[in-house]
Ligand binder design. Sequence first.
Ligand code: IMP
Ligand code: MG
Length: 178
Amino acid sequence: MNDFSSVIVSENDISERLDALAEQIRTDYEGRDVLLVGVLKGAVMVMADLARRMPNTFTMDWMAVSSYGSGTKSSGVVRILKDLDTDLTGRDVLIVEDIIDSGITLHWLLGNLRSRGAASVEVASLLRKPDAVQVEIDVKYVGFDIPSDFVVGYGLDYNEKYRTLPFVAVLKPEVYGG
Ligand code: IMP
Ligand code: MG
């Protein structure tokens, strides 16, 4: 028996959506050198696939933050586990995220990166859950709006597992005791 039930975003869905998002991003940033900031570890897959659709003048850097612990609900406490290597002064920054749930992580991250003197800070997230729509965060690029179910795959984990799945699937509630 699989631990996940329905596949809600297939490998092909992801690929087609990233094609469209990438085109929009390349157009919006025409002639500018963008720093893509991936949020570890969940964003590794979307970063890898999005970055390969970008001009070779775009650069990548990574941050690790923690807002979750090992459960399935945001704790509201955000800590930097790994900071950027790049000076953001005058840079156009595009945060690349896997999913926005409560929006707590992103709200905090936006404030943090904007305070470092970047010329612009925008967000691209593969997935967005309904709660996030209520938070006052302007997410410029969204792949898919999905239901509030806990999902895994394509970088998203439950207790570090399932990140390697090439698609996004709903984790069965009995797996996490929900
Ligand atoms: P937020 O602060 O509630 O928006 O949650 C942000 C982080 O929680 C995401 O970057 C994910 O790492 C994690 N997260 C939120 N929802 C899910 C989910 O359904 N599956 C796996 N991880 C999730
Ligand atoms: Mg994440």
